[in-house]
Design a protein around this ligand. Structure first.
Ligand code: 9MR
Length: 348
């Protein structure tokens, strides 16, 4: 009996003092929520244990994108998204919805009629509205915010700040306004985000802020900015990250880091033609990687009055869209926590 207390008492003291955090979500409970992007492949008992121990926010990596959910008009493919949503419902985990409009993995059929001819704006908006309404309503009990429009701003110099996508060709920037309005009508309670990469770059940050201000003036219900956070071991500089957070905070009420990873090479951003061969993970690269994660979380914690959630883009290096050689996450390809995980967990 006595022995039991001798063990239990110090444990209880450690837990009360917070020194023995169970996982990232507990270690960061006073700062922001910790999230992870998942696919159906992650739904195994071993991985579900990691997810429920470490995270309290979930995003579907691909399963809720228009191209996955409605690949052809009226052909709905709910399986993977439902599976992840049901797991979240079961464990009381809230979800970020990703995403309603994106030039990539989009439901391109919306642009064409049955003869393959381009449709006009009116029919396009009708289809988009129906898509948004159907998806948002289905998950409204578990999804508390949506990335309504993803990556509509261009990176390069160019004469227009907007990405020249099919969406832009047909509707100019009006599709952004419409998408936010449709989403608000579908679920007046959900927080609505604009989400983009290279968001720390001062030039792009400026473009995004201008767009948000202009859209709001035109009546778009934009609540938040999703800073994707595809970084690397050299980038961004922490003062630039802080400045970007401050700038976004001037134009929206909610900021979230939505797709965090740290590549062990010079690339960053959301480009698809990424080099999946990383640099060799030498002790020097490893220590830079750890330092970058420490710097990032230190900086994000300093802004915890503005940052609501930090979501990692994938669970382990094995799942990462960047490939395991890029060494981007806190869990390695064998699903083991890296030294960087412990540094982030025990950050002082
Ligand atoms: O991680 C996603 C990958 O599996 C898909 O093949 C890819 C398709 O373009 O999209 C990836 O996720 C992207 C996210 O939805 C939006 N921001 C950039 C992400 C990485 O490309």
């Amino acid at each position: 009996m006595m022995r039991k207390y001798l063990v239990a008492l110090p444990m209880a003291l450690l837990m009360v003092s917070g020194a023995w955090a169970q996982g990232l979500k507990d270690a960061y409970k006073d700062y922001f929520r910790m999230g992870v992007a998942l696919s159906g492949r992650n739904m195994t008992p071993e991985q579900e244990d990691i997810i429920t121990r470490e995270f309290n926010s979930v995003t579907c990596e691909n399963a809720m994108k228009p191209g996955s959910l409605q690949p052809a008009e009226g052909r709905w493919n709910w399986r993977e998204a439902d599976r992840i949503a049901n797991f979240c419902r079961e464990h009381g985990i809230k979800m970020r919805g990703h995403c309603l409009v994106w030039h990539n993995q989009f439901a391109d059929w919306m642009f064409y009629d049955a003869q393959g001819k381009p449709v006009d704006k009116k029919l396009f908006y009708k289809r988009l509205k129906k898509h948004i309404r159907t998806v948002v309503k289905r998950y409204k009990d578990v999804v508390y915010c949506w990335d309504v429009v993803n990556e509509a701003i261009a990176d390069g110099p160019g004469d227009t700040p907007f990405r020249k996508s099919k969406l832009y060709e047909l509707c100019a920037d009006e599709f952004i306004l419409k998408a936010f309005k449709f989403a608000r009508q579908a679920d007046p309670k959900a927080l609505l985000f604009y989400n983009d990469y290279n968001e720390v770059n001062p030039h792009k940050c400026e473009r995004i802020c201008q767009m948000i201000l202009d859209m709001k003036k035109r009546g778009a219900p934009i609540d938040g900015m999703g800073m994707q956070g595809h970084y690397n071991i050299h980038y961004p500089a922490m003062n630039e990250l802080s400045e970007a957070i401050e700038k976004y905070a001037r134009v929206v009420d909610h900021i979230q880091i939505t797709e965090l990873d740290v590549r062990a090479n010079m690339q960053h951003g959301g480009d698809l033609n990424v080099d999946k061969k990383g640099e060799a993970i030498t002790p020097e690269v490893k220590s830079k990687f750890e330092q970058q994660y420490v710097n990032l979380f230190r900086t994000l914690r300093q802004h915890s009055d503005k940052i609501e959630v930090v979501t990692f883009w994938n669970l382990t290096d094995r799942d990462s869209w960047l490939g395991a050689d890029n060494y981007p996450l806190l869990f390695d390809k064998n699903r083991q926590p890296k030294e960087a995980y412990h540094k982030v967990l025990n950050l002082e």
